[in-house]
Design a protein around this ligand. Structure first.
Ligand code: GTP
Length: 417
């Protein structure tokens, strides 16, 4: 056997200073440039009863009118029977950075006499987006540029001052494992500071008691003190008491600010002493947009994906393995397609069987109807025959009487007349 006279030396990591500039220090900038060129996208869902200020808040967050003037409701128009899901997109640019913003609104939520099914169209929309992504992921020529998954969901709580309503609890529980939930107290300018503090406290108690998960910025090992403090402050404001307004108003000291003007003073949207709007914007846009997207992809979507594939009968491996082992991934894709085909076939079979059963039922029904009609006709005929029979015997009787009379007259046996 060949003996290697020059064995590979043990792998030692030697720290050296570079003699001159090589250039990989540029990698972060390259990455940054690429991201900036590609642009960012954020799909933001807003859920809450009509009139709680959802459209106003979105326009306030992005500092632009996201919606046209409100359509006047036609009083004669038919009232929709269920919650709708409406999408508006906008491409915004700030200092050369592009953000493609899509807002998913849920008009009709909470407007019905019975709202217990209000969550269904919302959850269906979220699932449909996950499904589309999964479908894309399993395509040979994938176009993963379309990420339509919901990255954050702002849930608007009515400023009642009591606690969460049963509908809020129901809906939040349906949503919390599918989206990053961000609860806010709507129109908080309608409450006093003390009322807000107690209200927040009650809401947090409910959220904890109901084990509802709300979005929290993740902790990283290398987080500096400043980041830690900032994140803690953001979380201390949850549920964010917000005020929305795109109107500029004049303050008593002569500034022009976004806010709401009252006889007793001005509430400033961008003033942290007045409301939690700034904290909400920090969470969703300034500090944690990327983390909202990451949690959507790595936790919420992964969970959905695993559940979905398990329901199709496919065993899952960890997502890490999925990324690094292409043959494993191919095998998984093949299984996914097979499972989908099998499911489609089973579904078709089901539909077919259902159709056959329906047809049989229909035939049976019409057979029964025919039989009943036949019987009815027969009975009718029978009745008619009986009547005719009666008539006939009556006629025969009168005829017999007539005959008798006649023969009596003939032989002069008749009466006096
Ligand atoms: P729908 O489209 O019907 O679902 O309503 P919405 O939730 O989008 O509410 P919208 O933003 O249209 O606001 C409804 C009304 O509330 C408008 O008259 C707003 O000016 C007002 N409004 C919005 N935000 C606030 C707020 O923070 N405080 C107060 N006091 N009023 C607000």
């Amino acid at each position: 056997s060949v003996v290697n006279s020059n064995p590979v030396p043990e792998k030692n990591i030697i720290h050296r200073k570079l003699n001159s500039y090589v250039g990989f220090a540029n990698l972060p900038q390259q990455w940054q440039r690429k991201s900036i060129k590609k642009g960012f996208n954020l799909n933001l869902m807003v859920v809450g009863e009509s009139g709680l200020g959802k459209s106003t808040l979105v326009s306030t967050l992005f500092n632009m009118p996201m919606y046209g003037p409100k359509e006047k409701k036609d009083p004669g128009a038919e009232v929709p029977k269920t919650v709708n899901v409406k999408t508006v997109s906008a491409e915004i640019d700030e200092g050369g950075v592009r953000l493609r913003l899509t807002v998913i609104d849920t008009p009709g939520f909470g407007d019905f006499v019975n709202n217990s099914d209000s969550w269904k169209p919302i959850v269906e929309d979220i699932d449909r987006r996950f499904d589309a992504y999964l479908e894309d992921e399993n395509k040979v020529h994938r176009s993963m540029s379309n990420d339509n998954r919901i990255h954050a969901c702002i849930y608007f709580i009515q400023p009642t001052g009591h606690s969460l309503k049963p509908l809020d609890i129901l809906v939040m529980k349906k949503l919390h494992q599918k989206v990053n939930l961000v609860p806010v107290i709507a129109k908080s300018d309608t409450m006093t500071e003390e009322e807000i503090i107690t209200f927040k406290h009650r809401i947090l108690e409910d959220i904890k008691h109901q084990e509802i998960e709300i979005f929290e910025p993740p902790r990283y090992e290398n987080d500096d003190e400043e980041t830690l403090v900032e994140n803690a402050e953001i979380m201390a404001s949850v549920p964010f008491a917000i005020v929305g307004s795109t109107q500029l108003v004049a303050t008593p000291d002569g500034r022009s600010v976004r806010g709401r003007s009252y006889p007793w003073g001005v509430i400033e949207v961008d003033n942290e002493e007045h409301c939690d709007f700034v904290k909400l914007r920090q969470l969703i846009i300034r500090n944690h947009l990327e983390e909202l997207r990451e949690r959507t992809a790595n936790v919420l979507y992964e969970n959905y994906r695993t559940d979905k594939l398990t329901s199709l009968g496919i065993q899952q491996d960890s997502s890490v393995f999925r990324e690094v082992n292409p043959s494993q991934k191919q095998e998984e894709e093949r299984k996914y397609h097979e499972a989908r085909l099998a499911k489609m076939e089973a579904d078709m079979k089901n539909v077919f069987q259902q159709k056959v059963a329906e047809k049989e039922q229909k035939l049976k029904k019409s057979e029964g109807e025919l039989f009943a009609r036949h019987k009815e006709m027969k009975d009718n005929l029978e009745k008619q025959r009986a009547e005719l029979e009666k008539k006939k015997s009556r006629l025969e009787q009168t005829r017999a009487v007539g005959e008798e009379k006649k023969s009596r007259n003939k032989f002069g046996l008749g009466g006096r007349n």
